[in-house]
Design a protein. Structure first.
Length: 52
């Protein structure tokens, strides 16, 4: 099977852009509505990645 040079990087870049549009932008808008500061949002994400 032939895969073009740099194809993986291109696909990851596209997927990251879509992730930003579909998940991060709505998350940040909702955090702003709820007045969640960036530091608290970071902490919430860290807590989800490494639950106690």
């Amino acid at each position: 099977m032939f895969v073009a040079t740099g194809a993986r990087k291109i696909l990851l870049t596209r997927r990251r852009d879509e992730f930003r549009k579909q998940y991060l932008q709505p998350l940040l808008r909702e955090a702003a509505v709820l007045e969640i500061p960036a530091a608290e949002l970071h902490s919430m994400i860290d807590d989800e990645q490494d639950p106690a």
